[in-house]
Design a protein around this ligand. Sequence first.
Ligand code: ADP
Ligand code: ZN
Length: 816
Amino acid sequence: MLYFADVILPLPLKRLFTYTLDEEQANELHKGFRVAVPFGKSKLYTGIVFKIHGKSPTAYEAKPIYSILDDGPVVYDSQLRLWQWISDYYMCSLGEVMRAAIPGGLLLSSETVLIKSESPSADTDHLSDNEYLIYEALGYQSQLSIEEVADILNKKQVLPLISKLVDKGLVNVQEQLREKYKPKLVRYVQLHHSYRSEHQLKELLELLSQAPKQREAVLTLFQLQGDRRPVKVKTLIETSGSSSAVIKALIDKVVIEELFLEHSRIVHGEKDESVEVNLNPNQTAALTSVKSGMEEGKINLLHGVTSSGKTEIYIRLIEESLENSKQVLYLVPEIALTTQLVKRLEKRFGKQVLVFHSKYSLNERVEVWQNLLENREEGTVVIGARSAIFLPWAHLDLIIVDEEHEVSYKQFDPAPRYHARDTAIVLGKMFGAKILLGSATPSLESYYNAQNNKYHYTALKERFNNVLMPEMELVDLSDKYKRKRMTGHFSDRLIQEIQEALDQRFQVILFQNRRGFSPIIECHTCGHSPQCPNCDVSLTYHQYKNQLRCHYCGFNRPVMSNCEACGNTSLDTKGFGTEQVEEEAKTLFPNHRIARMDLDTTRGKYSFDRIIEQFEDKDIDILVGTQMVTKGLDFRDVKLVGVLNADGLLNFPDFRSHERCFQLLSQVAGRSGRTDVRGKVIIQTFNPYHSILQQVSSNDYDTMYKQQLEDRYQFHYPPIYRIVKISLRHRQIERVNKASDWFARALKNALRTGVLGPEFPPIARIRNQYHKNILIKIAPAQSLTKTKEAIQKIENSFLGIKDFRAVRIVINVDSY
Ligand code: ADP
Ligand code: ZN
């Protein structure tokens, strides 16, 4: 009997690869185990076993696996089913899903090493100096990595030399696996076992009478050690007032011994038993409604205005699941992953809370993953960004998708281009879990489903504590400019309201949806503005670093003083970003503390938290920020929110831009007046009569919904139609043109209707690649599966055309 395993590799391969197993391996190995396998030119990869069977592949001769890495599955059957669903639905390979799903730390990396060949076939007299050096080093060390070879020779290019040594039969190269995950080791000490009795200790102290510091350290250690547990070196040094030199001397004398113990990187917050929250009648009614929806087995949509107390309702539901030792997934958009929410949940659920997001290191992510694997029977709530759906769930009971309308739930690049909310629903169905989507401004998709009775709908229309919704004021910028009522980008109304709020010791949030100082530098004389060499966009000016940067590819260069086109020194800035708002605010309110929160100021792991904490502690009076400041933050003393310019949000070339503008502005507005005083929102715009802005300022979701849905019907967009976007990319514009024409024609032949394009997107070139898009609109009556099959077929023939082979195809199902 022959045994084979189909293995998922973390590579964009269309098919799984098959390897042979011997009988022992076949008995040991199961679905979901990690294996190391060779692939391509002698590289080793970590793969996940998908299937074990007895059928040999026909197209190639299967190789044996290299080794089995675990004695239990790392990925469970339910996870693999989810992977399969994602792969089918979002038209990508299982390998691509695997790469998104498994923390990098669980993938071993292979490293090439040199070893001495067993029977050297050449004599060593004819070696060059460098060759000899390496050969000799292998006499002392059993193996050398490429890096070590480079170190020894003090040069970078070592591969030619290595291949010469291989040719001469003196060394062999081998692939070796290295575990990427490293447990955190902490240094401990304990008294050597020959000094454990009081009598022995006494003798020892006498012996050390000439070394008072060492004596003191030993005494302290004896006290700290209590029931003979090792003591952290750090603690010992701190308590005894000694130094690492003293500790080292004692270790050298074998008076104490050192040992390294594994420590978890997961930091738990303390539970606060004193917190007691009673739901108000509105919340109680909402909770009852949500529960009845859950009992009917329906997906629930909780539509609660900002600060209505949705989170408290989530907490009640979580409590019930944890009491039954079940698991809860609490999804939040990446950006909103704030300490605030985590702290709030930790106060209630202590160690049962785990956090999982992309700012975590590779090692931390592995530990969260392992924690779930090890504590499968315990109640746990994981707060996580979208990739938390991939964790090894065992008995998922409840999924909460907070801010379900957030666009960032959809992964844009690379594949899998999945929507975390939609995938979470599929995941929930697999476990029979209860599902709750929550938002102050639901996505049209979810609201549409609620209207059509597919989802159970619950509304919370009042803010907690009966705080009024903030008062909104639209400020007409063209009028203010005409009448010279502007100071920089601040209207007199905005300045007045800021001053008033600050005088009353309240805080202010200023929102501008662009980072940097001003988006564009332009020459007065010739109109030229510096462009990114790799992308079709103008570079953005960042004053702080005095740089021009591309926000698409990261290209940057120092600012020049002369126009690169005409040579004149007439460069000027156009438009403005958060940096400039911060600058102007500092000039306008010199006696107040002003800080900025955007991508540029929050790169470090804790920098985001730090700004939030400073704002909470009222060390900051005015917080300037991009949409980062809009998301789910709960500050007590913000009275005023100012939107510097709403027009940029309206003029986005995208069918969702109006919906998004409504959501974004409602969210920003929701940051104000969250406790007892009514908040105020000033929105500056050149289009004060724009319907979306009118709807925002009257908090009229229903009218916004009706109007947008009308448009979506008319122009065939979601939630009525489904869309699939196909993007073709290549360095040469002619090739992109030809390839996309071919693809679109084939699609039009196959599908007849609903194929649009090919068309260049607004930014046609990114990172030196030209993009061209084809949009497919799929009518409600049309089969999505059949459409995808047709696309797949066309893609396969496309890949068979030699001219097109180098053209990259990116398929985005339910594209945003
Ligand atoms: P949302 O999630 O809808 O924005 P939150 O749950 O954050 O609203 O509630 C808004 C504010 O009201 C928070 O500061 C929260 O602590 C407080 N709050 C909500 N419900 C209660 C309650 N039942 N008792 C006391 N405070 C509450
Ligand atoms: Zn660029």
